[in-house]
Design a protein around this ligand. Structure first.
Ligand SMILES: C[S@@+](CC[C@H](N)C(=O)[O-])C[C@H]1O[C@@H](n2cnc3c(N)ncnc32)[C@H](O)[C@@H]1O
Length: 482
């Protein structure tokens, strides 16, 4: 089995995969612990495989949770090694299991993501026993005790690792148990260190942690929402510098909360919220969110504009825009319009936007804590292909910016080729019309030259690179290069 058989860079789906249902969205905590993960809707789950599907987790109904979990993990592992994202595969499989309760769903979800998080250390055992791999992964991950573990390994002999155990301490405990000598570097692909300017040991340490779940308050005053979340039993902590960003912990579904149904908060990672804050659109302005996807950042822009002005949300994939419209309705934002865009031309007259956001498709290396499977699916050649797309999108979208307006480029990547290289090349090509626009870092308040990094090891969110550029006030509208 090869460890990197294919990839689905962030924002691109494999051509053969069916699109998720329009209702699909980054999921909070329905029946699971991992944020941004497999979404499970109990009403749609079945006790037996759905007709017309390949047999999901082909286990008898009577099988114990250990065997069910092993079967599911194995299916997700093989699908991921063939290039399919683990969260999508897991959601698809879990929808077919009605018999699993919330605790079992949380266990399976944690197990699957632990499997990928620790795959660099545990894969030598895969030929001998997948049980062993699962057991070691879950133990390294510090998952809560579960009866299934006893079926897979010497649970009685094992002390749970302390929640505060460092990566070094985990490596030492793993060595004592298995006699293997794991290195931190083997938790990421070999090419990673040479392609990032970030601090590699700290990044690897951060990827070994479990991700935090963040929501964004729609309203500027987040206090009433905080009170409601806490009253509903959701542990909630606002970010010290960004009052609307609230870190949450809950075993129950956030989607069932009245505040969510009323559109008063969205699930949105902290790093993603930074992008909107760097854009800082003025109420009444006219913005274009060129790669809107399911609209996470579109909604933030619309909300920062207090519902005034316009945000035109476009994406190559029309099905995603249905979700943007639905979310905008729920949030009560009438300043958002969504339309399909094939990447050519602009959705309106050239040079007519106060600001254009290009949240380009990327390798998603900044999300490796949240999407641990992506480490083993991404190849350097994917990054090269993506860099060509990113440079093209940036050039194309620049045409939409009016003189004196803003062009914001964002990627959840930590790789030079997708971040500083793209922006440096663009700015040297267009030095007469665009310059970096200095702005304070939204999380620290420190001044920046317009390039804003969010590093996962220091932010409790994903990694992100954002560049804020301003078009000269006097030049003629810039035409895209074909
Ligand atoms: C990083 S995602 C956007 C995420 C979104 N802004 C959000 O906040 O949820 C990148 C988006 O770019 C779109 N896209 C636009 N042009 C593309 C191209 N040429 N190739 C691949 N994806 C492209 C993808 O469909 C995808 O939705």
């Amino acid at each position: 089995m090869k460890s990197s058989p294919g990839s689905r860079p962030h924002g691109r789906r494999p051509s053969k995969a069916r699109p998720p249902r329009p209702a699909a969205r980054p999921s909070p905590t329905r029946g699971r612990t991992e944020p941004g993960r497999a979404r499970v809707e109990p009403a749609r789950r079945q006790t037996a495989p759905a007709r017309g599907r390949s047999a999901p987790a082909a286990q008898p109904r009577s099988a114990g949770i250990a065997e069910i979990a092993r079967g599911i993990a194995e299916r997700v592992l093989y699908a991921s090694l063939r290039g399919s994202p683990a969260d999508r595969e897991l959601s698809r499989i879990l929808r077919t299991w009605r018999s699993l309760g919330p605790a079992d769903l949380r266990f399976v979800s944690r197990l699957v993501f632990a499997l990928f998080r620790w795959w660099g250390w545990t894969r030598p055992f895969r030929d001998k026993s997948l049980h062993r791999v699962l057991f070691l992964s879950y133990w390294l991950d510090g998952g809560p005790s579960h009866p299934a573990l006893a079926a897979w390994g010497p649970a009685k002999e094992l002390q749970p690792l302390p929640a505060t155990a460092t990566l070094d301490a985990k490596a030492e405990a793993f060595r004592r148990l298995t006699r293997e000598r794991p290195s931190a570097a083997s938790l990421v692909p070999e090419w990673f260190g040479g392609m990032t300017d970030g601090p590699v040991p700290e990044l690897i340490q951060s990827f070994a942690g479990t991700p935090a779940l963040w929501v964004r308050s729609r309203d500027e005053d987040a206090q009433p929402l905080l009170g409601e979340l806490r009253a509903a039993g959701v542990e909630s902590t606002p970010h010290p510098a960004v009052a609307q960003a609230i870190r949450v912990r809950s075993d129950a579904s956030l989607y069932d909360l009245e505040a969510f149904q009323q559109g008063r908060f969205e699930v949105q990672d902290l790093a993603s919220q930074v992008v909107g804050l760097v854009c800082a659109p003025a109420p009444g302005g006219r913005w274009w969110d060129a790669c809107a996807g399911f609209g996470g950042k579109t909604l933030h822009l619309g909300s920062l504009m207090r519902g005034k002005g316009t945000v035109v949300a476009t994406d190559l994939r029309g099905y995603k825009l249905e979700e943007v419209r639905r979310r905008a309705r729920r949030a009560g934002l009438s300043n958002i319009s969504a339309r399909e865009w094939d990447g050519r031309g602009a959705p309106a007259k050239s040079g007519s936007f106060d600001g254009v956001l290009v949240d380009a498709p990327c390798s998603g290396t900044g999300t490796w804590r949240r999407n641990p499977d992506a480490r083993w699916r991404t190849k350097p050649s994917d990054v090269d292909e993506l860099a060509v797309i990113q440079a093209g999108l940036l050039r194309q979208c620049a045409a939409g910016v009016k003189p004196g307006g803003l062009l914001v480029y964002a990627v959840c990547s930590l790789l030079r080729k997708e971040t500083t290289d793209i922006v440096d090349a663009f700015l040297s090509e267009r030095r007469e019309s665009f310059v970096l626009d200095p702005a304070p870092h939204p999380l620290s308040g420190e001044p920046t030259d317009g390039r804003v990094w969010v590093w996962p090891q220091s932010s409790e969110g994903d990694g992100m690179f954002v560049a804020r550029m301003r078009r000269a006030a006097t030049t003629a509208p810039t035409e895209p290069r074909a």
